[in-house]
Ligand binder design. Sequence first.
Ligand code: SAM
Length: 295
Amino acid sequence: MSQMKLYSHEAIKNLGAAHGFKMTKSLGQNFLTDKNIIDRIIDATGIGPDDLVIEIGPGLGVLTCEAARLARRVIAIEIDKALIPILGVTLGDFSNIEIINRDVLKTDITDIIEKAKAENPGIAGVKVIGNLPYYITTPIIMKLLEEGTPADSITVMMQKEVAERICAPAGVKSYGALSVAVQYYCDVTKVADVPKEVFVPRPKVDSAVLRLDVRSEKPVDLIDENMFFVCIKAGFSQRRKTLLNCMTGLRGMDKAAMRSLLEEIDIDPMRRAETLTIEEFAKLANRVKKEVPNG
Ligand code: SAM
């Protein structure tokens, strides 16, 4: 089966017919049909012979088989029970692939990685890959990052608009809480823009592939990481309001107290959160923490 062009429209149709499989729109099933894009994703991952690959949403296995040719081991997490017997056929030639039939959001990925490493001490790096189900792109990425998943990089396809938000620098319209959070955890690189025409069925929006290299050292020093995220959330809670208005009330601080705190750290209270850099959010969080140590 590994010789079959899994990504072809014909293969998708034939596999569906042979297994009575129907794609489920609500599971974000948009299958890739372009070998060039598959190759670009796989090239961007930099998978090496001693790597463990964790794939999210293998579908029919188009990325899975390419990853398995390069990696020591591939573990793919797929929610759709109906795809499991199909993957058994399409990936049947590989002995280094394991499919887990589970909801990725309810899966302890760190535990999977640790167990795989314990069983296979030769594993060197860990790469997460996937053409993500778009209805849960942000929760998947934030889960991986917030849980401190021990992966070196995350190379994933997502809707273009989310990719733009993740990549956005301070000051541009698409910059928001997601940009600050992902850029805090990762060094972000855009790999490719992907037109909607290369998927079956065709989604309504275009896509993009990002590579997120998980930082071993964070870009800012924080007294309290939680306070950093509290400030980001508060700052972006009402995008049209000034930073002063968004932050007032935080940890019981009134407007006058917040104004003087912002002025003290040289941040104009009339600015909007979307103009603050990660360094400025860190400065703000550290100053609030000093003001309200138990907050
Ligand atoms: N990798 C395949 C490809 O590129 O053709 C399929 C990608 S498709 C966009 C997303 C895949 O994620 C589907 O196979 C879908 O069933 C699966 N999926 C959706 N929700 C999931 C979840 N919560 N946990 C694990 N897999 C999920």
